[in-house]
Write a protein that binds this ligand. Sequence first.
Ligand SMILES: O=C(O)[C@H](O)COP(=O)(O)O
Length: 282
Amino acid sequence: MIRGEQYVSTLLPSNSCYHLSKTESYLILIRHGESMWNEKNLFTGCVDVPLTSKGVDEAIEAGKRIRHLPIDVVYISALIRSQMTAMLALTEHHCKKVPIIVHDETEQAKVWSQIYSEGTEMQSVPVIKAWQLNERMYGELQGFNKLETAERCGKEQVYKWRRSYDARPPNGESLEMCLRRAVTYFKEQIEPQLSSGKNVMVVAHANSLRSILMYLDKLNAEEVIHLELSTGVPMLYIYRENQFIRRGSPLGSTEDGVYAYTENLALYKQNLLDEVLDEVSL
Ligand SMILES: O=C(O)[C@H](O)COP(=O)(O)O
């Protein structure tokens, strides 16, 4: 452990998050932690199922891995498993800012959820909810066991429904359909935040994220078939000169592994730790 690291979350003043050089910004993507239907191996899609206790642990662990990465705005889906994961992960963040869900669905919601203290607002991170980031709608497969469905409909058919780009589950969305809404949202709402220098965390789902990764990594319909995302594992992208550079691994990056990839981030973390040491020695 780096000297002083244990003090970061308790002693660091919550407004002391360093500002990074504007030449790059950071995008963190996380698939939600294990849900109660993941555990039962059921097709879930847009059914709104919460996390298991293992999922809660995964979310907290994900939060620990990204605790020293800068986050200015968070995007979640409309589904509770993504929301629980984001909130639990943020309890671990060094900035100790309060994640606050933005309610702008109606004029009244906007007014009623207004924060009037500028100081308090600066201690918060806006959390934006978007249905476009929801899991692909699994149609008439929702609620059925994946293994039993494979026995009933054939392994190959189920594999196609689950992993191919264009096969559509009965009355559900293909990955292509999911991509149309998720990637459109990403390009219109999230990318402009990154290009304005904001650091973004997105907590979403296996297939909405697979479609976003297709866009970020320029994967074709053949390549995406093999893309599997584990629950609760953060992935990091550097956004520089309108390009996305992938860092970390969907299979499980360590925090140090993530930092090793950019000097700017390593400096950011070192500044945080130095500040904590100064506070301790005062
Ligand atoms: O919606 C679901 O059932 C899963 O979370 C994702 O399912 P998949 O692995 O079948 O795409």
